[in-house]
Design a protein around this ligand. Structure first.
Ligand SMILES: Cc1cc2nc3c(=O)[nH]c(=O)nc-3n(C[C@H](O)[C@H](O)[C@H](O)COP(=O)(O)OP(=O)(O)OC[C@H]3O[C@@H](n4cnc5c(N)ncnc54)[C@H](O)[C@@H]3O)c2cc1C
Ligand code: FES
Ligand code: FES
Length: 1236
């Protein structure tokens, strides 16, 4: 089958499921494998198996993660190190990262840090924060494999700290272990839902792969890969005189940030040209340089110049139907010619451009007079374009200020965009054309060695910051037994299996005989009545077994995690794009998906409500509208010296767990159904499936072995698992959502709009900065059903680190036609705290006082009470704050930032410190319970890493004797979801309870034989005495009972605290930013496992944390069309943080001597809190923008919505370029995307 990808072949035909499917579009790297090919020597290279056609692998050896080592056989050091350095959390990305590293080492046994970073450009991870991965691979010990890192990474532990891993434990690298190869494969083609009449593998055609050097330049065959082209050009740059290599350097600059290595290793230069994408990064350079293309058909060949005539329309070129591109000639630059290329994308690494450009100027010899000028832009029209009018207008001019001014006004007129242009960001894109020209202008001035007063304008992305990570942990008390693992850094229990690909995820369960596949039929309208559904064509398609609609649901069609206001399958009406209308069951995934697309649905469209503003205008709210109020607002405002208004919008966030939702339903006897589900709540999934099937819950067993990331997105099992087999319980049925489906169908973090004041004055404060009254309304975009939104909204109202005596917060739940938003790490808290920090910044700015002083003045102190009347005790906020100020060297940094800003016009630095207070556990009391089942087997005993540590301490046995089996509803019923950082408190309590019971039962044997071993007491004594060695444990959080109506009762068990200080640098011309440093101080009580807890900060263990917050507040943007269609449906358009986004310098400290008496072994919940600390990065960016605005004479508060994307940063840095590109009048056009 020419359409079969290597990934499908590995997973489905060979059962090699170590290689994972995360996106199927080359954007996540989970499917990375190494290919090896012998030409003159063996060449190894990493590729994305999801894009590689199997048939293109003739004479190529494929190495997968299973091939390099296994737990059973021998681990490869690359596998062992990532595991031992805590670089594998959920583990779904791990095999891909292992294979990228492996391929790098096969080619380059002594890589430099830059090589490692480049190798990882194409790999994403949502859990680890990347740093532990880099730490593991840079380990410098006798067991080294990477001994030549030229970086200054230092994993320094203070005297009192225990290190997170010990490199001496690593197995030495043994080169003889490497697989030996006896011996191009083709290029990346996205097969999904496409039909290709002809498939060619140009990699096998020698003429298309030639490289030759001519008198005018280098000629590359069209099938040369980008990696190969880069290598040839690099060599040429090293050998040729500099004046000849200006074009080559511009190509290399674009290649540096072009996709990931896996893509560059297979994508061909001809493919990039012929795709004719308007945002191709290479085409602007080829056009500005005037490259020559040789075209060929059966009648002969012709040469055309790459100019504005080559692209004839959107994705169209001058090639005739039977013609192919044979080669491209990249010319040497000439004396007096200077060339530069620029790319601006939302994320620096592996991202497509917003605007991309290349510029070439040739001067009359010996002068600064422009003889020839070519300015080429991508992202400004349906094709790559030349700004011809501007260039012509500048011919014969001197390269100076006058030329610059003329260029800007000409460009502003020539590079226009319709305000509705696809891709949006219209004002930003227009401004970029000017900003990039200005960068070129300054760069040329520098090269001409003319006076440059504003040289910071030609800085590119700040890169030369020595990275380091520093951890300050807690010491394990002296004398504690080595067997007691509590408080010690312990490797994730499954990490080794995850690193070798042996860990089994839901879709790794082998195919059952005659297994069927289910594909979904979803709504393309946001709000409509269903007039008719015609499945007749689909039913006749090959392999189709049945089509299912609402009437086929045997049980109840109403469903939902709390309120049953959702449908299993839409009935008569659809209320969002992606609403599931039906499903097709067929013999294969391909057949099911093709048939699902053939189902015709007729709609009668109704007016949708998409945005929060539309919901406010239409008063479209769910009830109740919750209010929390304390003090006397009116009296507070009378007392205030100043009042202030403000508003902020915080965008939503996609969970982007690397493993998409998947379910496998296996029929068992007597109507029983066994479901393998990737869900955080086995019990909820069980009850909802039973309800839809109309069977008692005891007929449904839900099993969860492990999940490839969670963060709240899997609270009630995927919606489709409720319909997997209602029609006949005889066949196994599987469904794994494609990445685009998963993003479209499931909701994520709620977008919020916070507004101070509605009916009363908003923020009232004194001259000192002390806030005395506050009235805030929080509007959340809930979507088409309630889900958990009521609790999320409450969480927004109550999470706050500041004390305000007179306060009112109201939570409005906007009913819109978006997929229902749901739980996401932080549960509304981060959005609420962002609103708070926004007005806190405004207060400081309006008073002209340092923000950190105003924040410190308003922090809660011991004994104060919250708006929900809980008195705070054991508060450590002030300790965390002061320690963070000291550890970050805040005052010195502030002085250095001010000096830097006074010396640099076009790059600015910013600094901010923010705090958080996090409540311990769900305010919804029913969830505040957990159960555990602990069995002692006579050869060992049978939860996740921290739970093992708890069991180990209570039972007094080493962790190696303990094993955690999967979560399943037939072992522990009525489980609470693993969420809200509560799992270790609740499950830890339950495990402790169970183990204490077992201990009591064993106590007589221990007393009788005090010197005996565990085996003596268990196998020899208790078992023979017929003692029950299995027990359930139970835990519920004590003394909770908050009542909303009376605003009284205890809402939370305890609070966690943390403070972060971040420094950033922004490029005022492009809006790019770099996270320079972050210092975190966290109070986690006595950490159960510092490796996992520290992990959670800079990492985001279990699916969230600091980097997830960094994504939320600075990078991740969901774009919806005004009609409610999600436009960002994969890693290509939705950007989560990558390796390059970690703060260059990161210091994480756990507050010492702060035990928490209210949870298991004095620990505190830790998973959620670090997420909000990333707000310090957002406010550092805002601080830097203020410095830029000050250059234009603008001061005082200004609105900056979240995320602080490059577009928002650039637009907020008001200057002479932005003035030339004013935004279109709102309401005068239909935007491409709307702020929901
Ligand atoms: C994850 C990912 C990231 C990416 N990032 C970037 C990026 O940062 N910047 C960027 O510019 N692009 C980016 N791209 C686009 C990528 O560069 C192009 O898809 C790639 O260069 C195409 O090369 P290919 O060899 O796979 O072409 P193919 O997919 O094989 O071909 C593309 C098209 O060109 C035609 N074609 C190919 N060769 C010839 C020929 N010799 N003569 C005539 N027609 C031909 C094919 O028929 C097809 O229609 C990215 C793509 C992916 C998947
Ligand atoms: S699955 Fe191949 S890159 Fe994501
Ligand atoms: S460990 Fe990387 S995605 Fe979970």
């Amino acid at each position: 089958d020419p359409e079969m990808t290597l990934l499908t072949y590995l997973r489905r035909k060979l059962g090699l499921t170590g290689t994972k499917l995360g996106c199927a579009e080359g954007g996540c790297g989970a499917c990375t494998v190494m290919l090896s090919r012998y030409q003159t020597h063996t060449h190894h290279y990493a590729v994305n198996a999801c894009l590689a056609p199997l048939c293109s692998l003739h004479l190529v050896a494929v190495t997968t993660v299973e091939g390099i080592g296994s737990v059973a056989r021998e681990l490869h050091p690359v596998q062992e190190r990532i595991a031992m350095a805590h670089g594998s959390q959920c583990g779904f990305c791990t095999p891909g990262i292992v294979m990228s590293m492996y391929a790098l080492l096969r080619n380059n046994p002594k890589p430099k840090m830059a090589d490692v970073e480049e190798a990882f450009h194409g790999n994403l991870c949502r859990c680890t924060g990347y740093r532990p991965i880099l730490e593991g691979y840079k380990t410098n010990s006798s067991a080294r494999i990477l001994n030549a890192f030229d970086c200054k990474l230092c994993f320094c532990f203070l005297q009192e700290a225990t290190s997170l891993f010990n490199p001496a434990d690593f197995t030495p690298f043994d080169p003889t272990q490497e697989v030996i190869f006896p011996p191009d494969h083709g290029h990346m083609v996205k097969f999904k839902n496409m039909v290709y009449p002809v498939i060619l593998a140009p990699a096998f055609i020698p003429e298309l792969n030639n490289v030759s050097h001519t008198a005018d330049g280098v000629v590359f065959g069209a099938a040369c890969t980008l990696s190969h082209m880069g290598a040839v050009l690099k060599k040429a740059v090293e050998t040729l005189p500099p004046h000849q290599t200006e074009v080559f350097l511009a190509v290399l600059e674009q290649l540096r940030w072009f996709a990931g290595l896996q893509i560059r290793n297979v994508a061909a230069v001809g493919g990039n040209i012929m795709t004719a994408s308007p945002i191709s990064d290479l085409n602007p350079v080829f056009m500005a340089a005037g490259c020559r293309l040789t075209l060929m058909d059966k009648d002969g060949s012709r040469v055309v110049q790459m100019d504005d005539g080559f692209f004839t329309g959107y994705r169209k070129t001058v090639l005739r139907p039977q013609e192919i591109l044979l080669s491209i000639e990249i010319p040497y630059s000439k004396k007096f010619q200077l060339v530069s290329a620029f790319k601006q994308s939302p994320r620096r690494e592996d991202d497509i451009s917003i605007v991309t450009a290349a510029m070439s100027v040739t001067f009359t010899p010996g002068t600064d007079v422009v003889e020839d000028l070519r300015l080429s832009y991508g992202g400004m029209a349906a094709t790559t374009v030349l700004a011809k009018k501007t260039a012509n207008g500048l011919l014969g001019r001197h390269w100076g200020e006058e030329l610059l001014q003329e260029a800007c006004s000409l460009l502003a007129k020539e590079m226009t965009l319709d305000p509705s242009a696809p891709g949006g960001m219209v004002t930003y894109r227009r401004t970029l054309t000017l900003s990039l020209f200005y960068k070129f202008y300054l760069t040329v001035l520098q090269k001409l060695r003319l006076q440059v007063s504003e040289h910071s304008g030609c800085f590119s992305y700040p890169e030369n910051i020595p990275p380091y990570l520093s951890c300050h942990l807690q010491a394990v008390p002296e004398g504690r037994s080595q067997d007691d693992s509590v408080g010690r850094p312990m490797m994730h229990l499954s990490a080794l299996k995850q690193a070798t690909g042996e860990a089994v995820y839901c879709d790794d369960v082998p195919l059952y005989e005659n297994e069927l596949y289910l594909a979904l039929i979803t709504s393309s309208k946001a709000h409509a009545n269903i007039l008719s559904v015609d499945a007749s064509a689909a039913e006749k398609m090959p392999g189709v077994v049945t089509c299912l609609f609402a009437d086929d649901i045997p049980g109840c069609n109403a469903t939902g995690p709390i309120e049953h206001d959702e449908t299993v399958l839409a009935h008569r009406q659809v209320t969002c794009v992606g609403h599931i209308i039906g499903a097709v069951v067929a013999d294969t995934q391909l057949h099911a998906q093709r048939a699902a697309k053939a189902v015709r649905v007729q709609y009668e469209e109704l007016q949708p409500i998409i945005t929060i503003q539309e919901a406010i205008a239409a008063k479209s709210f769910y009830q109740p509208i919750r209010t929390i109020q304390k003090g006397d607002l009116e009296a507070g405002f009378k007392q205030a010296d100043h009042i202030l208004e403000g508003e902020i919008h915080i965008g939503g966030q996609e969970h982007f767990y690397l493993e998409t939702n998947v379910t496998l339903a296996v029929p068992r006897e007597e109507g029983e159904m066994e479901l393998f589900v990737s869900t955080q709540s086995a019990s909820k999934t069980q009850s909802l499936v039973a309800k839809a099937l109309g069977v008692p819950a005891n007929r449904v067993v839900v099993r969860v072995k492990r999940m490839g990331g969670v963060s709240g997105g899997r609270r009630a099992g995927p919606p489709f698992c409720r319909l997997l087999s209602p029609w006949q319980q005889t066949k196994t049925v599987r469904c794994m959502l494609d990445r685009d489906e998963d993003m479209m169908i499931t909701g994520g973090r709620h977008p919020f709009y916070g507004k101070q004041g509605e009916t009363t004055p908003p923020v009232g404060f004194l001259n000192s900065g002390k806030v005395v009254s506050l009235d805030v309304s929080y509007y959340s975009n809930v979507g088409n059903s309630m889900d958990l939104s009521a609790s999320v909204s409450v969480s927004t109202l109550i999470r706050n680190s500041y004390s305000v005596a007179n306060v009112r917060g109201r939570g409005f739940l906007c009913r819109t036609n978006l997929p229902s938003n749901t739980a996401f790490r932080g549960f509304g808290g981060p959005q609420g705290m962002m609103v708070t920090e926004s007005w806190m910044t405004d207060v400081a700015q309006s008073l002209g006082r340092p923000a950190e002083q105003v924040r410190r003045l308003n922090l809660y102190v011991e004994g104060e009470s919250t708006p929900y009347n809980q008195v705070l005790d054991q508060i450590t906020l002030d300790r965390c704050w002061d320690e963070c100020l000291t550890r970050s060297g805040y005052q010195e940094r502030r002085a250095a930032v001010d000096v830097y800003n006074s010396q640099n016009r076009w790059t600015k630095r910013g600094l901010a410190i923010t705090a958080f207070q996090k409540m311990s556990i769900f305010s919804v009391c029913v969830c505040v319970q957990a159960g555990a089942l602990v069995h002692i087997y006579t050869d060992g005993s049978g939860l996740h890493t921290k739970m093992v540590q708890v069991a180990s301490r209570v039972l007094g046995i080493p962790c190696s004797k303990i094993h955690i089996s999967e979560t399943s509803t037939n072992t522990v019923p009525n489980t609470s979801p693993t969420a809200a950082s509560a799992s270790s408190d609740l499950n830890g309590g339950a495990v402790q309870n169970a183990c204490e019971t077992l201990n009591q039962r064993l106590q007589p044997y221990k007393t009788k034989n005090p010197k005996g071993s565990w085996e003596d007491w268990v196998s020899e004594a208790a078992y023979f005495d017929r003692v029950n060695l299995s027990t359930n444990g139970f835990y519920k959080t004590p003394n909770l009972g908050y009542d909303f109506e009376t605003n009284s009762g205890r809402a939370f068990n305890y609070f966690s605290y943390g403070v972060a200080c971040s420094e950033v640098e922004i490029d005022c011309l492009t809006g790019a930013h770099k996270n320079l440093s972050t210092t975190i101080v966290m109070d986690v009580g006595n950490s159960l496992n510092p490796a996992i807890d520290i992990g959670s900060y800079f990492v985001f263990s279990g699916g969230g944390g600091f980097m997830q917050g960094l994504g939320l507040f600075t990078l991740e943007e969901l774009h919806y069309s005004p009609q409610g269609v999600l436009l960002t449906r994969g890693p290509g358009s939705y950007k989560i943080p990558a390796f390059g986004d970690i703060p260059a310098q990161l210091t994480v400290s756990l507050l010492r001597d702060a035990p928490n008496q209210k949870a298991v072994f004095a620990s505190k919940a830790v998973g959620e809190p670090p997420l909000f600390l990333a707000a310090s990065v957002f406010y550092a960016i805002k601080d830097a923008i203020s410095a830029s605005r000050a250059e234009s004479g603008i001061s005082g508060p200004f609105r900056l919505d979240s995320p602080a994307s490059a577009e928002r940063i650039r637009n907020a840095c008001s200057d002479r370029f932005t003035k030339l590109c004013p935004p279109a009048e709102p309401g005068s056009f239909t935007p491409w995307s709307v702020q929901v």
